[in-house]
Design a protein around this ligand. Sequence first.
Ligand code: SF4
Length: 478
Amino acid sequence: MISFSNEIKNPYTELDKSIGGRFADNPATNACKLCAPLGASLVFKGIENCVPLIHGSQGCATYIRRYLISHFREPMDIASSSFAESSTIFGGAENFNAGIDNIISQYTPDVVGVCTSCLSETIGEDPGMLLGEYRSSRKDRELPAFINVATPSYSGNHMDGFNATVKAAVRCLCENGGGASCEMLNIFPGLVSPADMRYLKEILDDFGIDYMMLPDYSESLDSPTWDEYHKLPPGGTPRKRITQAASARASLQFGRVLGGNSRDSIGAGEWLEKQFKIKCLKPGMPIGIKESDIFFKTLETLSGKPMPEKYKNERGRLIDSYIDGHKYLFGKRAIIFGEEDFVVGMTALLSEIGVHPVVCGSGGESPHFADAINAVAGDAIKNFPEPPIIVNGADFESLLELALETRPDFLIGNSKGYYISRQMNLPLIRCGFPVHDRIGAQRLLHLGYRGAQQLFDAITNAVLEYNQDNSPMGYKYM
Ligand code: SF4
């Protein structure tokens, strides 16, 4: 952790006020966040043989399906209890029961994940109570396991929904803790890509660590082609592994912020520590060399083994490429936007490659965001011509205003930044979530040395391409 020296003012206290003052009264236009049951559905899709049920109107489930399909390009079965006028007035219990019956008969799932929409929350539906009634009315049948989580979008965004659902999965499925009685490590990676998850699993396997990753949509949301149709795609965290979470040796929970409005909320790892005394380690999202070093050091400690040669080589090649590309990137200015922990990770990466993050914006509203940015920017912040503007509760209108003011060289974040990029003729390096206007979002790698390598190459090449495209003469050699 690197703190500010006396000469450097902490930008957070100043800028948070000024940005809050400037944008606080404006209604959000094209918010830099998504809805809470979308985050919940994503977690449910990362549990083996799990079907999500959104308790509310059909439109919410349809929007979420469409949104996720456009990013992952995979089938996305998400059920809805299909509220109509009568359920809105008299309550949705009847639809809820019929919906779960249908899911069981159509999919024979191991787990049904129930989350709520704004509508069902507004009328005060309690899915926990509804599930209790459902179970007692069907005592004669073998039922799947249930996870239920409240996800009102008016008091949280997709990261709140995501984190609350990971915690709910552990709360609903884990069996009484055996006090670190098994060798398994819980790993809660947060909202990362399927490629990131596959890479994490490869690393853990190479260290010989037994683990339970939750969620794990590395296969279910990036499947190979199938010879025969599967109603539910293979892959996901097995229910049985989640039941052991409270007996694990430790939890590894990525993220310095944990996203959204999580002012008081805690993550699944912290919950397990509180309930069952399972030690929770909380490295930042390992994006860039410094944050990845912390992650690998943690694995060395947990496994008692040194980093395998292959990762030492990845790290070495990455440093070599930093040296090669430094002259093209040093002093460039960037706007970063997306989920808070993604932005923090990207700030860590940009700060170590000589790029000045002029604006770090997220739709989340965590009070930990600015501190996390300052911590990962570290000593590099002393070399920035001005401190990064840190924006909580950002929307794309305010980001455009800030882009016009700060004149960045490029933008880095999800594809929702496209209109800023188009209006200002700036490169947009697409990564994170969602990416709707390019192919291969599920294969984008962000984490570890390999992820930093891909990001570094993509950033450098975007800058080179921009320079080349805008050169009056043109050139083919540099
Ligand atoms: S109404 Fe609420 S739950 Fe439904 S799509 Fe909109 S924000 Fe999401």
